[in-house]
Design a protein around this ligand. Structure first.
Ligand code: SF4
Ligand code: SF4
Length: 439
């Protein structure tokens, strides 16, 4: 029986829209709008000015802190503007706008031809940092930080998070079928950099073709492929580690505290590109899907292309969408402006119709306990929502483990009272952070 975890929910995965659609390479956009903030951590500072000519792969914004990640031009051309632009996570953000010269010319010296097996661990980690890699499942945590555990943390297991448990999304599924060797190379490179012998791929069993493809290549290099029950949120980092290794990541701790590093499928591809060829993270596979999209697809898009262009490549809207989401329906962010650019973490663009969206009216909690059963983190979501609604933010943090919530939305999915539990949780987290900053 496939491995699983306590709690979770079984939403219709709706992957049928795009699971059989091969990745299509999008044309180079006429202009790219590249936000200076595409990761968890400090924003980057532009190192180009209006009028500069840039090449594809050139650094255009530098990291200002360790937990940050540089940003590169995704095509060659002229910097025509540095200004606030729509942003799919923060609403707006300073972006560097490059008008394409139509040449799509690499920075001199790129791509490289490096033999990763001959590289030292520190060289590999530096190549990953320079290439601006971040977690591409949506979390956008800088990859070089995860790859550099302090000396007192001994890592023994590398997990490839290939669960792709969010409904609708199929970018990782298709990548496992079409870029199998590169993903496995990325894993081997990461394992070498970490000095790890045990590598495991965790894939939900609703992707049997991807499991077979990965097993074929992984088997040759001693990496295990572990089928997992199709259940949301199978890909949440802490639940995945528990399911695969049996280890519990304690409250407030990180995977590296239990000797594990987890990276996503897209990030493994980016690791192989960065280390073997010196290619920075300037493009990604994004699933453009939902009942409002005329022809849903998996697209290989440049960072800085727009949601509206990606939707147009899929034949546009076949009916007026009720809601457009960046990411999947459970953890994605609702968008008010489809002119927002594609970023390193844009795993999906989902356009839902009125029939898909049934918000209902939020009512008081009836204490049915369904949210408690569904919570994969063992929390009491009903209490967290009530405390958030009442403004008792410190109580939620100190007595109800607020910070352990991974905002997966399973509690909202099952709640008969339509309580917006995640909204109250996010509010409580933000208020606690603001209170801590004032101290
Ligand atoms: S599922 Fe909703 S109604 Fe039931 S206990 Fe949780 S918050 Fe209350
Ligand atoms: S409380 Fe947080 S972790 Fe638990 S189900 Fe709700 S969103 Fe997920």
């Amino acid at each position: 029986m496939a491995k699983s975890f306590r709690g979770g929910v079984h939403p219709d995965d709706r992957k049928r829209y795009t699971a059989t659609k091969a990745i299509e390479v999008a044309p180079v956009p006429v202009k790219v709008i590249i936000p200076t903030r595409q990761h968890i951590g400090a924003p980057c500072a532009p190192v180009v000015t209006v009028g500069d000519l840039v090449k594809k792969g050139q650094v255009i914004a530098e990291a200002q802190a360790f937990v940050s990640s540089p940003i590169h031009a995704s095509t060659s051309g002229k910097v025509v503007e540095i200004a606030d632009y729509p942003h799919s996570v923060f609403g707006s953000c300073v972006a560097i706008v490059i008008e394409s010269d139509g040449q799509d010319e690499w920075l001199e010296g790129l791509p490289l031809d490096r033999q990763w097996k001959a590289m030292e661990a520190d060289e590999i980690k530096d190549a990953i940092r320079q290439a601006g890699l971040v977690g591409m499942g949506g979390a956008t945590f800088p990859t070089h930080v995860k790859m550099a555990p302090p000396p007192d943390k001994s890592i023994d297991t590398f997990i490839l998070n290939a669960a792709e448990c969010e409904p609708y999304l199929t970018a990782d599924h298709r990548a496992m079928l079409e870029y199998t060797e590169k993903i496995v190379t990325g894993m081997q490179i990461a394992m070498k950099a970490l000095g790890v012998k045990r590598g495991i791929v965790g894939v939900e069993e609703n992707k049997p073709d991807a499991i077979a493809a990965m097993q074929k290549v992984c088997g040759v290099v001693g990496i295990e492929v572990m089928p997992l029950e199709t259940k949301y949120p199978q890909g949440a980092e802490k639940t995945l580690i528990h399911v695969i290794t049996g280890k519990e990541v304690p409250s407030g701790a990180l995977p590296m505290d239990v000797g594990v590093v987890v990276q996503n499928v897209g990030t493994a591809i980016a690791i192989a590109d960065a280390v073997e060829r010196g290619i920075p993270l300037i493009e990604r596979v994004t699933t453009v899907t939902g009942a409002a999209i005329a022809e849903p697809k998996n697209l290989l898009l440049r960072v800085g292309d727009t949601f509206s262009n990606a939707i147009a490549m899929c034949g546009g809207f076949k009916e007026e969408p009720m809601k457009v989401i960046a990411g999947g329906p459970m953890m994605g962010m609702a968008q008010s402006n489809i002119e927002a650019p594609i970023m390193k973490g844009t795993s999906g663009i989902l356009a839902l119709t009125a029939a898909d969206v049934n918000p209902g009216v939020e009512r008081p909690c009836i204490r049915c306990g369904r949210c408690v059963e569904a919570c994969p983190m063992g929390l009491i979501p009903s209490m967290l929502s009530i405390l958030g609604e009442r403004g008792a933010y410190p109580v939620a943090k100190e007595e109800y483990d607020l910070l352990d919530c991974v905002e997966c939305g399973s509690c909202v999915y099952v709640c008969p009272a339509k309580r917006n539990i995640v909204h109250y949780i996010k509010l409580s987290k933000a208020q606690n952070a603001a209170m801590a900053a004032k101290k």
